[in-house]
Design a protein around this ligand. Sequence first.
Ligand code: GLN
Length: 545
Amino acid sequence: MRHIFITGGVVSSLGKGLTSASLGMLLESRGYSVRMQKLDPYLNIDPGTMSPYQHGEVYVLDDGAETDLDLGHYERFTNAPLSRNSSWTSGKIYRNVLRRERRGRFLGKTVQVIPHITDEIKRAIRSLRKHGVDFVLTEIGGTVGDIESLPFLESIRQFALDIGRMNCLFIHLTLIPYLKSSNELKTKPTQHSVSRLRQIGIQPDILICRTEKSISDVERNKIGLFCNLTTQDVIEEKDADFSIYEVPITLHNNGLDNRVLRYFGQDSFKLAAPDLSCWYDILDRLRSPSGEVTIAVVGKYAKHKDAYKSIYESIDHAGIKHRTKVRVRGLPSDSFKAEQLDDVNGILVPGGFGDRGVEGKIDAIKIARVRKIPFFGICLGMQCAVIEIARNICGMQNANSTEFDQSTPFPVITLLDEQRNITDKGGTMRLGSQVTILNESGRAFKSYARKEIAERHRHRYEFNNNYREKFQESGLLVSGTNSDGALVEVIELLDHPWFVGVQYHPEFKSKPTSPHPLFDNFIAAAINHVKDLKDIKDLKDSVSQ
Ligand code: GLN
C-alpha cells in the first residue's frame, strides 16, 4: 500500500481538494483502488458549527460525519468510500488524546505534541489502510507555515520514516503568481514555500503549480532547480476557466499520474492507460449544449458560491446529462425582488438554519406554486414549502416552524422531541444516511424507479404529523416516509408540473457521471417549462397574426 500526501503553500484556496480528487480519479481510471482523506489543522471538532461564510457548506457523509466540502470533491470524482475516518481536525485529534489522558492511559507520562499528538495523527492516517487498497491519498488542509499545520506535517514526515520513504509520495501544490506590470510569472513564493517544507524535513517529490498563464520549460526548469526536483516533476495546473471537470484531464495531460506511478516504480503496477472517456464526454456535453434553462436558487447564502457547493454541482450534473446549459441565478432570500423570478424555469430553495430570509423563501415558493414553475425544496426548503401550503392552501394563518416562531398557532414543523437538550450545538441532529420508503403514486418514486432509497440527513426539525391529514385533504402528497412511516421525508403537490420537497439532502449523492435522480428530473421539468413557454409564445404569435 502506498501513501500520497498533498500539502499546499503560498496561499490558501488553491483547490487542493479538487487536485487531490482528480489524482484519485486518475489512479482509479487506471484500475487502482484508492482511499481519500482530509486532515484539517483548525481546532473545531468538525465544521458542523462553522458559518458557511467562513467554511462553505458542511458536507455530510453516510455515517453522519459533518465534514469539509473537499470531501464532496472526493465523492464526486472517485468511488472511494468515505467515513468518519476520512475527516480529521486538530480538535478531533486533541479530543481523542485528552480523553485517553483523563482515563489514565498514558501511565503517568507527560502528554506532548510529539509523540502523542503525532501518534494520534499517524493512527488517523493508518485507519484508511485496508486490504486491497492500492493508494491512500491524504490532503493536509491549510498552508505550509501555519502554526496549526506543524503537528500534521511532522506526522507525515515521521510516517514516511515508519513505513519507508519509497512508499510515501509528497505532493506540494503552490501558486505561481503572474505580474501584469512586468508580464512575468513569479517563482519566488513557490521556492520559499518548498524551502519551508524542507526545513521541517519534507522534500516534495512532485510540485503542482497553479497558474493563470502557461509555465515555460525554462521556468519549470528553474523551479525544479531551486526546489530540488527534476523538471518533469514540476507539473502545471492552469486555471480551469471553463469547468472544474477539465482539471483531471489537464493534470493527466501534464503527466501527473504518470509521474506518480513512476515514483512508485511503475513496473510493479498495472500499466493500463487510463480510461477517461466518460470525462471527455462530460466536457463535450458542457461545450456543446443543445438547450438552456435558468434555475433560481433562493437561499440565505445565495451569493456565496461555496455555501451551496453540492447543490450547484448537482444541478450541473443534471445539466450535463440533459446536454443543457443551466444558468443558476443565486438570489438572497432576504432581499430578492419577485421580478427576478419572472424568467426562471425552476426554483430551488436549499437547506439552512435560522430565521433570516425564511419569509422570502416562502414567497418564492408561493410564486413557484401559483405560476407552476418547477420547484425543488431541500431540507429547510421543504419545510418552507410545508409552511407556505399551510398558510395559503390549508388556511392556517401564521403557520410556522417552531424554529422560527415558538408561539405559532399552527406549528407545522416542530422538533421531534421538544424536550431534547440542545445546549450542545454539535451532533444533536438527525444526521447521516437513513432509509426512505417511497409511495408509488409520487414523482419521487418515478424519478428513483425504486421503492426504498437511502439519503443523508442533517436537521433537527420535522414535519408535524398532527397536521398530516389536513395537508393530504388539501392536495399535498406525502410521497416518502422513513421505514416505520412516522417521519415525513418527501412531499409533493400533484396539481403542479413538478413540486417536490425532501427532508434529506440529495445533493450529497450526485456525481457528474451519474446525476441524482431528483436533480435529473427537476432539470427535465425545467426543460419542459422552457418548451411550454415557447409553445405559449408561438400560440400567442399565431393568434395575433
Ligand atoms: N433548520 C432546519 C432543521 O434543523 C433545516 C436544516 C437544514 O436545512 N439542513 O430542521
